[in-house]
Write a protein that binds this ligand. Structure first.
Ligand code: PHE
Length: 443
């Protein structure tokens, strides 16, 4: 097969059969919303940075989104068969190069560089996913870590050093439910081979206190904005809870959930860094914790932004509402939606290629069909004019065994009213692309 190339972010990469990053994704890579002054995603980054001050924490906001499978998966201990590695979930440039799916892709190299006690990384991340008002294939994460070096603390006593650092953290007043949820020892061991239970306990306590402080900062600002928009807003005390979680690169691991507006929201993943990461990064005498948080969902909540596509809008009616906030975080206000334009639903029903089809076709049959391929094709054709795509029906023909699916596509521009002809043309183009790319038969 002929070898081809693609240009991403100014560099040229060889592509192969793994290449699945479409032009509409690649062309957005230079946008870097997390660094765009007065953009809600960037403001959210600043709010989080304010809780993890320099010089203890060093900020890295510039890492290249094109990483190796080693950086994104292997260096973090992801098993070879981890579902996150699948082409259906991840954008590949070639078999060992991809668009990072999380900021953790930079953990190993940041530990290796060993520039400071802690760090914060903010970055654009990429995942193939469904299409709706809270999912977009590009979003932003922030990742932080804090490490202590056994060789540098008095008497090598990590636990004492960490507890004394906990004393220095600001006080907070929140209700923490389940501060110590039970653990499944097999899946979330305390890493007894590498540090003592007392050390693990101290590191976990520092992690929890630090992340609780971050949540207090975010939600205090969210409530202040709510109160500005609605003086009748009832301020309820903040409640958080720690829940056991699993990540291949931390143990034990937790998610932090926050009770806000009547719902428990999962806000971040975190844990005690697996010692193999420090060992492999050439700093075996260190230990510490790490966390990762999605910025877009937090920004939507802070500013009450109803649709994630708005972040990508260049419309002044959107952007003008945040001017000045980067320089004065206290001026943060909720977004005031501009009029919602009418949407238009259209269904597309098709038969998948029959599984027994001879001829070795590589197009989708019932075995390798993945919903994310439909999502991608619709986005490729209609871009940000598609609000959501939902599976409304699927069945298998009792006699022929063929599978039929029906997807409902909601076309709605955030900026203007679409004409009937425009929507029909888009839908026709989606139909054609589904036939060409997946080999389905429209019903
Ligand atoms: N990278 C993880 C995710 O994307 C989050 C995480 C970061 C968890 C650091 C633990 C430590 O889900």
């Amino acid at each position: 097969t002929a070898e081809t190339e693609t240009k991403v972010n100014g560099s040229t990469y060889k592509t192969d059969s793994w290449f699945n990053a479409p032009p509409n994704i690649i062309e957005k890579i230079p946008r870097r919303l997390h660094l765009q002054k007065d953009h809600p995603v960037s403001i959210t980054r600043q709010i989080i940075e304010s809780v993890f001050p320099a010089p203890t924490y060093e900020y890295h906001n510039d890492f290249n989104p094109v990483v190796t499978t080693h950086q994104n998966f292997d260096s973090l201990g992801f098993p070879k068969d981890h579902p996150g590695r699948a082409k259906s979930d991840t954008y590949y440039i070639n078999s060992d190069t991809l668009l990072r799916t999380h900021t953790s892709a930079h953990q190993a190299e940041t530990f290796r560089a060993n520039l400071s006690d802690g760090y914060l990384i903010s970055a654009d991340v990429y995942r193939r996913d469904e299409v709706d008002r809270s999912h977009y294939p590009i979003f932003h994460q922030m990742e932080g870590a804090r490490s202590w070096d056994r060789a540098e603390v008095p008497n090598g006593d990590i636990a004492a050093a960490v507890w004394s650092d906990i004393e220095k953290l600001p006080k907070h007043h929140i209700e923490v439910q389940d501060p110590n949820p039970p653990f499944h020892q097999e899946r979330n061991p305390l890493q007894e081979g590498h540090h003592s239970a007392a050390e693990a306990e101290a590191v976990a306590a520092h992690l929890k206190k630090s992340l609780e402080l971050m949540v207090v900062e975010i939600f205090t600002r969210a409530k202040a904005a709510a109160k500005k928009a609605d003086p009748g807003f009832v301020d309820e005390p903040l409640q958080v809870r720690w829940v056991e979680a699993y990540f291949p690169f931390t143990s034990p691991s937790w998610e932090l959930e926050v009770y806000y507006n009547g719902d428990w929201l999962e806000v971040l993943g975190s844990g005690v860094v697996k010692q193999d990461l420090y060992i492999n990064a050439g700093v075996p005498s260190q230990l510490g914790w790490a966390f990762g948080i999605g910025l877009d969902r937090i920004a939507m909540l802070l500013f009450q932004i109803p649709d994630i596509r708005l972040f990508w809008s260049q419309d002044e009616r959107f952007l003008s509402q945040f001017r000045g906030v980067s320089d004065n975080l206290d001026s943060l206000r909720r977004f005031v939606p501009f009029s919602r334009h009418p949407g238009c639903y259209k269904d597309v029903s098709f038969w998948l290629k029959s599984t027994s089809a001879a001829g070795g076709s590589t197009k989708a049959n019932a075995h390798d069909f993945h919903a994310n391929d439909v999502m991608e094709i619709v986005r490729g054709v209609a871009g940000d004019v598609v609000e959501d795509v939902k599976l409304v029906d699927s069945f298998t023909h009792p006699k022929t065994g063929r599978k039929s699916m029906c997807y409902r596509i909601n076309y709605r521009s955030l900026e203007r009213t679409l004409t009937n002809t425009e929507t029909n043309d888009l839908h026709d183009a989606v139909n054609t692309a589904l036939v060409q790319r997946l080999g389905v038969e429209i019903r």
